[in-house]
Unconditional design. Structure first.
Ligand SMILES: O=C(O)CCC(=O)C(=O)O
Ligand SMILES: [Fe+2]
Length: 462
């Protein structure tokens, strides 16, 4: 049961920030307007604002000035009957924790089937249909498809420097004691601060973004006084954590996995002084994932070729992914990210204390069961010295299919690459090449980096 909520006094009207990602949503609408996913636009998406996944649902580019009215934007789920919602709620939170992964998934599928029947064309219906489609194909991951490792085993695996395409699942790797949703929200002292949420009730329409902005007060109220009949769970994917230490899993807290931290020092300033961090860099090494019960995230790969970890702190999170795709499957995914169903889809259900770590380029989706309660997880990106070739290959792949319209992706990706070039050129001089995967790996990285620069130049010129 949720602890008593201190924020119930707040009851402010809904506030809409200017919409985000207009043209991307338009593309998305084109793709999804055909119920059977028949009409496909072969355009992968890229989220330019760094740190966020390449799925259009995450886009937060402010491209529009008008503020739509609430009733223009939000739909309800009133065509789902009371009888239907009973099925959605038929497993209490306490009983949900020990159920098997298969049982969890079959209950999620039941809920998604209902949600997919909603008559209104909204974000939630699109998410439900897409994730149901994948869960119908997905199997529970076998031990070789998701490596369930102890702390020492995970550390040893990372230390080998060998690329492993499978996710790694570990336990108790977060040194900070697990946090609850209530604890976390309670530490947000400024109720007037704004956060962006993905709202399933938003209608799919040309001029309406699928992400909107609310205040912390609204967020607290929403989580504190949930409406049992509401079927539009909010998902906060861009939330800053107010915890600095103890989030990064222990097995990723060594030199090999600390590359991204070193790239934050801007290339333009040669000083290693702590005064020289440039303003405007987005925090990508840690964030919070706060989601209402039942919230979904459609398949995507995280941008910038980042590796990612997610540690569940409260609730149960279903994690699905495209398991070790072949090059052909990856190409097909890149061509049609919104409709691709090929390859082997696998899932794992994560419980409090468990971390999933997955390498750059992993196509993944997230599902939750309404009856299993709200969830809080901490996520973060890492870059690894030994994986610089795979990293730049993933960024090239991201670039290849996407429509490069945003400077930011180019700027931060290039700044990262420039800095790593300095590191590895120095390593070639000093002979300390092992940590970078050896001299051959460094040379390959430098060649691919050149290729990346050339593509950027071409895009800029045209
Ligand atoms: O928690 C979720 O729903 C999505 C997490 C995720 O994949 C991401 O933030 O990139
Ligand atoms: Fe992601």
């Amino acid at each position: 049961m949720s602890p008593p909520c201190p924020w119930s006094a707040h009851n402010e009207p809904l506030y809409f920030a200017p919409p985000y990602g207009i043209w991307d949503n338009e593309r998305l609408l084109n793709i999804w307007q055909d119920k059977e996913y028949g009409e496909i636009r072969p355009q992968p998406f890229s989220n330019p604002s760094s740190g966020t996944p390449t799925h259009p649902a995450f886009l937060s580019k402010n491209q529009h000035e008008s503020s739509p009215q609430e009733d223009e934007v939000l739909s309800d789920f009133s065509d789902i009957t009371d009888a239907d919602t009973i099925i959605l709620q038929d497993v209490p939170e306490a009983e949900a924790l020990p159920i098997s992964d298969e049982d969890f998934v079959s209950r999620v599928k039941g809920a998604l089937e209902l949600q997919g029947k909603c008559k209104t064309s909204n974000v939630g219906r699109r998410q439900a249909r897409r994730i149901l489609q994948l869960l119908q194909l997905a199997l529970p991951a076998s031990p070789s498809e998701a490596l369930q490792l102890s702390s020492d085993e995970a550390r040893a695996q990372v230390d080998t420097g060998r690329f492993v395409s499978t996710p790694i699942i570990t336990e108790n790797e977060q040194s900070l004691p697990l946090h609850t949703v209530a604890q976390f929200l309670d530490e947000y002292y400024d109720d007037t601060a704004t956060v962006s949420i993905q709202d399933p009730a938003i209608r799919l329409s040309r001029n309406i973004p699928s992400v909107r902005t609310v205040t912390v007060a609204q967020l607290k109220k929403r989580f504190c006084e949930p409406d049992p009949n509401a079927n539009a769970p909010w998902n906060c994917l861009e939330l800053a954590t107010h915890v600095d230490d103890g989030l990064r899993p222990a097995f990723l807290n060594h030199e090999e996995s600390r590359l991204l931290t070193k790239l934050k020092l801007p290339n333009t300033k040669d000083s290693a002084s702590r005064r020289h961090y440039e303003p405007g860099w987005k925090e990508v090494e840690k964030w919070a994932l706060l989601a209402q019960a039942g919230a979904l995230t459609e398949p995507h790969q995280d941008s910038h070729g980042y590796n990612t970890y997610i540690t569940v702190n409260q609730g149960i999170i279903g994690f699905g992914w495209l398991s070790s795709p072949t090059p052909e499957e990856r190409r097909a995914w890149c061509r049609n990210p919104m409709t691709f169903v090929g390859g082997k889809w696998r899932y794992k259900v994560l419980r409090p204390g468990q971390t999933v770590y997955f390498p750059s380029g992993t196509v993944h989706f997230v599902f939750r069961l309404k009856a299993a309660g709200d969830t809080l997880a901490f996520g973060g990106h890492v870059l690894r010295c030994s994986q610089i070739v795979h990293w730049v290959e993933t960024m090239l792949e991201e670039k290849a299919g996407s429509d490069i319209t945003n400077e930011e992706l180019t700027v931060s990706a290039l700044a990262y690459l420039e800095r790593v070039e300095r590191f590895v050129r120095q390593a070639l001089k000093t002979g300390q090449v092992e940590k970078w995967g050896g001299a051959a790996s460094i040379r390959r990285f430098l060649a691919l980096k050149q290729k990346f620069m050339k593509i950027c130049e071409v895009v800029h010129r045209s």
